[in-house]
Every structure is written in C-alpha cells, then in structure tokens.
Design a binder for this molecule. Sequence first.
Ligand SMILES: Nc1ncnc2c1ncn2[C@@H]1O[C@H](COP(=O)(O)OP(=O)(O)OP(=O)(O)O)[C@@H](O)[C@H]1O
Ligand SMILES: Nc1ccn([C@@H]2O[C@H](COP(=O)(O)O)[C@@H](O)[C@H]2O)c(=O)n1
Ligand SMILES: [Mg+2]
Length: 203
Amino acid sequence: MSEVNGTASEKKPAVIFVLGGPGSGKGTQCAYIVEHFGYTHLSAGDLLRAEIKSGSENGTMIQNMIKEGKIVPSEVTIKLLQKAIQENGNDKFLIDGFPRNEENRAAFEKVTGIEPKFVLFFDCPEEEMERRLLGRNQGREDDNIETIRKRFKVFLESSLPVIQYYEAKGKVRKIHAAKPIEDVFQEVKAVFSPEAEKDKRSI
Ligand SMILES: Nc1ncnc2c1ncn2[C@@H]1O[C@H](COP(=O)(O)OP(=O)(O)OP(=O)(O)O)[C@@H](O)[C@H]1O
Ligand SMILES: Nc1ccn([C@@H]2O[C@H](COP(=O)(O)O)[C@@H](O)[C@H]2O)c(=O)n1
Ligand SMILES: [Mg+2]
C-alpha cells in the first residue's frame, strides 16, 4: 500500500485502538499481544517522544505539551502514525494511546478512512495507576505527581468520551487491568484468540 488513505482498491490495514488511563498497562500488554498475535505496536506517546529527540521543529511544542499532560494537535500525531504505518510491512496494528480526544478520533477517521476493528480498553482505578507511574522509573518527564494529576484529569475529561463513543458502537472490549500482568494478559488473550481464528478462516 503506497498511502494509508489510498484508493478504494487498496486494502487498509487492520487497526485496534488500545486505550486506558495513564499507567493502566497499555504498553506492557501490547508487547505480549505483538509476541502472540503478530501485530505491530505503535505507541502515539513513543512516536511523540521520538519526534522530540529527533530535533524536529515541533519538538519544543511537543515537549511542553507532554510536560503539562496536554494533548498534542492531531495533525502532528496523525502524520507520525501514518508514516509509521506506511514504513511498516505489516497489515495489522495496535495503536496505543490514540485517539486521546474527539479531535484525534475524527481527524484520524477523516484523513485515513480507517475505522478500528475494535477498541481494547484497560480499566484500572486511579490509585493503582498512580502507584505504577510513580514506580515506573523510565525517566519520563511526565511521571511526576503534578503531571500525573493533570494526565488523569485529561483522561477523564477528553479520553473517556472517546471510549464512550466506541462503546455506543459496540466496539469496546473492556479489560480489568488491576490484576497481575499475567492475569491481565489471560483476559486480553480471550479477546484476541477468537479474532485470530476468524482471520484464519477468512484467508
Ligand atoms: N498488571 C500490572 N501490574 C503491576 N504493574 C504493572 C502492570 N502492568 C504494567 N505495570 C507496570 O506499570 C507501569 C506502567 O505500565 P505501562 O507503561 O504498560 O502503562 P501505560 O498504560 O502504557 O502508561 P502510559 O499511558 O503512561 O504510557 C510499568 O512500570 C509497568 O511495568
Ligand atoms: N494521542 C496522543 C498520545 C499522547 N500524547 C501526549 O503524550 C503523552 C504521553 O502519552 P503516553 O500514551 O505515552 O502516556 C500524553 O500525556 C500527551 O501529552 C498526545 O498528545 N496525543
Ligand atoms: Mg504507554
């Protein structure tokens, strides 16, 4: 496929949006899904952090927004996602941490014409997410209590409505994420195994 929003005859990649509050375990579980089910993992946050490191002209703006827990304009994030999809040979992607608000959601659909197959939603209480983020130790500039509180607020105000939008379309697969990593993955597996079977039958 030469373009992500190419002509009707070109097959669009299968996309699963992976959503959940900060520290709910999205990245951790995506690594397991990649290993077991052959998806490519694209984390919107990781792509934005790489863009800062690359010295791009948007770097300072992105860095400031991440420090404040704010959502970067869709145009920037979608360009990074499109490029990552185009550069990858796979036809199925986990898009982690996107769409984060209604603007992200509507713009991605408009620009790429892609509707997610389903939305994997990691549901986790704030106290547990806060504990995990404060213990993460990956040197992230937004893993401090002040920014974490801002990120929780943005999640409740801007990201949950996106999950509710997909819930109304019957597309949300909710995972109880406040359990040990292996137990969470058992629940995730139960979502992906039937999908993998369906995919095999349609080949
Ligand atoms: N089920 C779990 N139980 C305990 N700790 C976990 C669990 N899942 C992930 N963690 C740990 O919690 C921290 C956050 O996990 P992870 O980075 O996967 O979350 P995330 O949802 O991607 O967060 P963010 O939105 O900030 O990128 C990591 O240190 C990870 O090892
Ligand atoms: N769609 C997105 C995704 C992320 N951001 C910004 O990056 C921060 C970190 O995201 P993680 O998923 O790695 O936690 C997030 O708080 C936002 O500032 C974004 O703007 N848009
Ligand atoms: Mg993450």
